[in-house]
Design a protein around this ligand. Structure first.
Ligand code: TYD
Ligand code: MG
Length: 484
């Protein structure tokens, strides 16, 4: 036989087959590969690739090459203000930017057991109370379980409509009937499955396919949809990461297991701010709003202990005071330990380096631990000065004044740089009864708070010298006390 004809026939035989071959999709990041491998080259995770069938074309049988014509609109047209529907829970509305936008899809992510279902049943009940049609679809719990939780929350009589369903096509068909619901909760997206995708529920393609179908439904009907997504580390269940870029907003619900408070944070928001937080407290009867979080975060303060400093921070538009705790102790290890909770470890390294290089503080032989009290996470650089104050206070064994707050960014040269919203920080400190603030130079001009003394520092070395003199004074007082 002619060799070319043979190869040609082989190629014809192979082509259609390769189309049906499964793709291997990383369950962690969603990257697709043509063959199985132990490590995902995209995200570096091991054993996360699993075979998934190709997605069928979702659109109605279109002929290739033929497109539908649509009208193009001028950018300068009328901009409609997004119609919003406030949840009636102030801390929730603050994070979404004033309520749920019609036709938008929101993803609420968080560890299992953090309180996502609790928050969302409370939100749907609140909307139902205001007379809106709301639907809660649970793919994880039976209707009776959801009812039981609602009973515990005192929402037994609420007009929320419930279902325990996982088939996306059935859900959309049901929701298309009757009056369009204003809010639909899908708890959770990982349990949903759609006929248009061949792989098993919980895989990346299923999660993506189900989310796509729900997003299409939201845009078409004008209902707002909240998708719940579990974040798991082991990659067994497809993380909601693949859905993040498809939805309009991503909120993360965070908290420490040992603390009662929970923080709702906007990670992405097409219709609102991304730096606002909502603070809740988990109680025996559901989530309670915390309108003044500073009071909560400072409620269990160790007054007069060395190594603690109060940081006057800003979360979005809201000032927030939190306590930073440091422990500096001589090390028994060759390489001293640096452990940090609630703050960026690389910022800690930077502050330690500046203390060594510019302030003569030797920390090479000390273990350093830093903790932000109450499970808060500080992200702004303005926390540098408070962290440095706590570290030096612990090292010198000199308590900082209990009525003082600290904020300011430390630069690599050891200078203390101004930060945004100084006035708001000082106002919150004055409101909570603080009498002094150690802050960058610019802050003094910004405020006229009576009863609050602003001590400006231009360099970290000034602050260190101040704390060192305090240490000497308290040592002298102690010696005098002992001699008497
Ligand atoms: P849940 O909303 O089921 O979490 P998720 O949906 O994020 O998995 O909340 C589960 C936890 O919350 C559970 O450990 C019990 C606690 N909880 C309370 O402390 N008080 C309450 O009123 C409710 C409903 C739950
Ligand atoms: Mg749940």
């Amino acid at each position: 036989m002619n060799i070319l004809a043979f190869i040609g026939r082989r190629l014809l035989a192979i082509r259609p087959m390769s189309k049906r071959n499964p793709t291997f999709v990383c369950q962690n990041c969603g990257a697709a590969f043509s063959r199985w491998q132990g490590k995902c080259e995209a995200c570096g995770e091991w054993n996360t690739l699993s075979a998934e069938g190709a997605e069928r074309q979702a659109g109605p049988g279109r002929k290739p090459g033929k497109g539908r014509l649509f009208a193009l609109e001028p950018l300068a047209g009328e901009a409609q203000e997004a119609p919003r529907l406030p949840a009636g829970i102030a801390e929730f509305d603050r994070v979404t930017g004033g309520g749920f936008v019609r036709g938008s899809v929101l993803l609420v992510g968080g560890d299992p057991g953090i309180g996502k279902s609790t928050l969302l049943i409370q939100a749907t009940a609140s909307l139902a109370r205001a007379g809106h049609r709301t639907v809660y679809i649970s793919g994880e719990e039976a209707v009776a379980q959801v009812r039981l939780r609602a009973e515990r929350l005192g929402l037994r009589e609420s007009a929320v409509e419930l279902a325990a369903e996982t088939a996306i096509e059935d859900i959309i068909a049901t929701l298309s009937e009757g009056k369009t619901p204003r809010l639909i909760v899908i708890d959770s997206i990982q349990t949903m499955w759609t006929d248009t995708v061949e792989s098993a529920p919980g895989t990346v393609s299923q999660v993506r396919g189900s989310a796509q179908a729900l997003i299409r439904f939201a845009k078409r009907s004008g209902a707002a949809i909240i998708l719940v997504g579990h974040v798991t580390k082991d990659g067994q269940i497809a993380g909601p990461r693949v859905v993040e870029h498809m939805v309009d907003a991503v909120l993360s619900f965070e908290g420490e297991g040992s603390h009662q408070f929970r923080i709702l944070r906007a990670v992405k928001n097409r219709f609102g701010p991304t730096d606002e937080i909502g603070v809740f407290e988990m109680t025996g009867s559901g989530l309670r709003e915390v309108p003044n979080p500073s009071e909560l975060f400072l409620s269990e303060r160790d007054l007069g202990q060395p190594g603690t400093a109060v940081f006057a921070g800003i979360e979005g538009t809201r000032p927030l005071l939190v306590e930073i705790q440091a422990l500096v102790a001589p090390t028994s290890l060759g390489t001293p330990r640096r452990a940090v909770v609630g703050w960026d470890p690389s910022r800690l390294s930077m502050v330690l380096a500046v203390l060594e290089a510019h302030c003569g503080v030797r920390l090479g032989g000390h273990d350093v631990y830093l903790n932000v009290a109450g499970g808060m996470r500080i992200q702004e650089p303005a926390g540098d000065l408070a962290a440095a104050a706590a570290l030096v206070s612990s090292l010198a064994n000199a308590p900082l004044p209990a009525d003082g707050v600290y904020f300011g960014e430390v630069s690599l040269s050891g200078a203390v740089r101004p930060v945004a919203q100084g006035a708001a920080r000082l106002k919150e400190a004055a409101k909570l009864g603080f009498n002094r603030a150690v802050a960058p130079e610019a802050a003094r001009a910004e405020t006229a708070e009576p009863g609050l003394k602003v001590m400006d520092v231009t360099s970290l070395a000034t602050l260190v010298a101040d704390i060192a003199s305090r240490a000497k004074a308290s040592m002298a007082a102690r010696t005098v006390g002992q001699n008497q």
